[in-house]
Design a protein around this ligand. Structure first.
Ligand code: AR6
Length: 187
């Protein structure tokens, strides 16, 4: 657990669906109709109500309910969280790496803003885009930690941001990014 100006960042090794935070973030796709990885686990644990809630959101002509780099919030079905913040991270492509980095930063900021607007003081976030969307974990960890650290130093209202990492190696990478960020900023 590390304290920033207005809230703490915690890293845990575990499953996103087991978290008792007020909001949990889903690593979703643009259609919001479920999928594998985090998305599959959240939809299975939340029950069919979550998919129904997602399907009620307006879709464009291609069936997209949320653009890449954006979020949509629903209630959480059977999960103990109050809200699921469905976050669509970028699919990583080396040719457009800078764009992907910007989208990954943006999706973290928008997830935190969504938590604030739904009065959630605690939020659990997986390693967005680092699975099926192939974002390199070291870079993703730096971006996630840096974005959340800056946010907690400049906004009040969120007490706890918990990154939930599924594998020991990912946990270690996030831990290094958190340590490096603190060294860099002298905190
Ligand atoms: N709890 C925490 N982390 C997990 C869990 C879990 N239950 N399961 C996997 N991870 P991914 P993405 C880790 O693929 O890359 C879906 O099909 C996993 O090890 O879930 O953003 C969606 O529908 C990885 O490090 O999300 C989209 O189509 C990280 O979570 C697409 O995948 C993210 O992996 C989104 O891809």
């Amino acid at each position: 657990m590390r304290q920033f100006a207005h809230g703490a960042v915690e890293l845990v090794l575990g499953n996103i669906v087991d978290q008792q935070t007020e909001a949990i973030v889903n690593a979703a796709n643009t259609k919001l109709t479920g999928g594998g990885g985090v998305d599959g686990a959240i939809h299975r644990a939340a029950g069919s109500e979550l998919k129904e809630l997602c399907l009620q959101l307006p879709a464009d002509e291609k069936g997209r309910r949320c653009q890449t780099g954006h979020v949509q919030t629903t209630t959480a079905g059977k999960l103990s969280a109050k809200y699921v913040i469905h976050a669509v991270g970028p699919y990583y492509n080396e040719q457009y790496a800078e764009k992907a980095r910007d989208q990954l930063r943006q999706v973290h900021v928008l997830a935190l803003q969504a938590a604030l607007s739904f009065n959630c003081r605690s939020i659990a976030i997986p390693a967005i885009s680092t699975g099926a969307y192939r974002f390199p974990i070291t870079d993703a960890a730096k971006i996630a930690i840096d974005t959340v650290g800056r946010f907690l130093n400049s906004h009040t209202g969120i007490d706890l941001v918990r990154f939930v990492l599924y594998k020991q190696g990912q946990f270690d990478t996030f831990q290094s990014a958190l340590d490096a960020w603190q060294l860099q900023t002298g905190r």
